[in-house]
Design a protein around this ligand. Sequence first.
Ligand code: GCW
Length: 840
Amino acid sequence: MLCLQLLLTVGVAVAESGIDAWLRYAPLPSSSSHPALPSHIVALNTSMNNPVHIAGVEIQKGIASIFGKNLSVASQSQQAASSIIVGTVSDYAVAFGHPAKTPSLEPDGFWLNTTGEAVQILGQNERGALYGAFEYLSMLAQGNFSKVAYASNPSAPVRWVNQWDNLDGSIERGYGGPSIFFENGLVVDNLDRVSEYARLLASIRINAVVVNNVNANASLLSPANVEGLGRLADAMRPYGVQVGISLNFASPTANLTYGNLSTFDPLDKGVISWWTNVTDTIYRRVPDMAGYLVKANSEGQPGPLTYNRTLAQGANLFANTLKPHGGILMFRAFVYDNHINESDWKADRANAAVDFFQGLDGKFADNVIVQIKYGPIDFQVREPASPLFAHLQNTSTAIELEVTQEYLGQQCHLVYLPPLWKTVLDFDMRVNHKPSLVRDIISGKRFGRPLGGSAAVVNVGTNNTWLGSHLSMSNLYAYGRLAWNPADDPQIMLQDWIRLTFGPDPAVMKTITSLSMASWPAYENYSGNLGIQTLTDILYTHFGPNPQTEDGNGWGQWTRADHTTIGMDRTVSNGTGFSGQYPAEVATVYENISTTPDNLVLWFHHVNYTHKLHSGKTVIQHFYDAHYDGADTAQTFVTQWEELKGKVDEERYNETLFRLTFQAGHSIVWRDAIANYYHNLSGIADSAGRVGKHPWRIQAESMTLDGYVPYTVSPFEAASNATGIVTSSNSTTGTASTMLNFPNGTYDLAVNYFDMIGGTSRWQVSINNRTIGSWIGDNVDTGRLGHAPSAYLDAHSATRITFRNVTIAKGDVLKIVGTPDGIEPAPLDYIAVLPKGVVD
Ligand code: GCW
């Protein structure tokens, strides 16, 4: 105890795993003074599993932890004074009479009043009361004791998250470990993490979780799994979080207990009664199920088009079965043909959503919400807002965001996403020449729709950090805040999250703000610029660079890059016509290259590499400069973070340092791959003379090799000089040595190697037989970095390790000994001997 107090007074934080995320309720520094706290808590509900009771217990826990003060929780009290009262407005009225100021609240909304003798936390419903309690605790935990009295209401009723969890426990695009919901085809036995997740989600006002992958498995509907869903719902209900599920459209033909049909035609009577029965059965066990999510006729999933039925007919099938139970059908707009032909100049995947939903506006049942990805393609680093938001005026809509960083570094790169999301939420579609912000469309405000909101793909797993990385949690936190109020400011949300997650130290605040706010621009800079999309490997991992995979296949994420030109011509006048899918005012802006913003120019126009941007730079020079700038910025993430040593607990400090260091190294892999690729394709030199010039590198293949052999890497741009080295067999130790010819001095020694799945090779680097360091290729094998792994020497496995401040003299002999393991042949790419400040 003494020891702990000592630690707290000197400000050294105790190790934290990240499991408490932003709900740590860390003790406030002893220096901060606070007003007297009420002496007890009144939670106007006695039932253990009721959100109001949970709210009372949560306040008790928070105050005990933040202030070391133990308050009692009672369900009633004669005197309201000097208490914290939490409950619904109606229960409050029964207990204490109508509150003096009657708040105007919508479902899930709350009233928070700290101005009187008692603190009032009153929800329009029980869930709202819990949200109010979390709001109050968030203030206290941030040391904010101001007297406030306000109502807070959600901008939209639907604030969901979608987990892409498979029944076998794996997660599609999951980077934080296996599922907390499923294993071996069933719902897990121990639901502790599920309750904790619900608590986290409630604190950011998320009201439902779709627990299984949109690429859905029909066996979720088995009796055992319906019972499992019931247990999941029971575990989350106390937090006001409802369960939803994804359906496989062809389930009636999947030979389940409920009978095997020969068709899944949505208009077939047998199919309708089959689904009605399934829905009724689920609602018997989960009376408050939120609803269904359906991905149909997309990426090989079955759907109504198989029977020449419309998407609306398909959606309405489920909506009708849900209707009597009050459930909602979320129908995904992510419908497209993934076998389109690039030789057709007018073919365009971006057109798909509007094309497929053409003529269907107003044809959906009133409990259907069309869930639209923010951009027309697929969660890219920058996309224009999906034009479908402007088309569905008699249909409720929701935006689909992706907290999971599928194309954005897979939680191994820091990318704070709200600034990206805001480019879409705040975008004005100018429907009928009137203000038509996407955020006002999805809230239902613009077109007077009763339903609407947001869904985000959030693939948390069993990892203590939830998403795999501490810093990525700001994205989940801010997603909840934006779902409640899409007008919130990214930096303000971020800073609340920083105070809650890391405490009040101004240095911590400054650094994490600076890193996070710089992160999306940096990632865009070193991944894909000017609206060309994230130039990642779309056929394999979606992680590292592989620009040639965008083209030459049916997926339609094309760049149409050749020796002289690049970009998709999406104009009406000469291209795919996509720009014409926007309302007139917006269409005109994108149709004309002179009014198209630089950051989307290659999305809308096919131009020469020498085309001059509004910035005055050519496209190709912008590519080069952006990639060097982005990688330079990422290097500073490491040094900035290092200033926080001792200010952040060691566990989170070290884990974050590890990831930021990885990112800094991988940003150079990105930079070089993209710069070299387009340099090679266009033949145009970098006016700053950087591309292809690496004065501080020594290629592994040019070293003296013993037991190592050169290996030609494909694609060429994934390795420096297109070549790496591998051990000559998987049981031979290899040695690569070289004499260093740099001036005497202190350098950082970087070694670029490949960390493949399927083996944990070892390497040791020495200078004149003095060991500088050793390491193991275990990042992907142990899940230390949870990104999609690669079994090859490529830009996904390419990794840099850096040894700092190494004394080197001219003529020293550097030697690397590599010991292969499994299929991983201790592969190396190059070393870089870096004077202070040089990035190479
Ligand atoms: O971008 C793609 C992802 C798929 C995903 C799909 C979708 C669940 O790569 O993994 O499938 O989007 O959103 O349906």
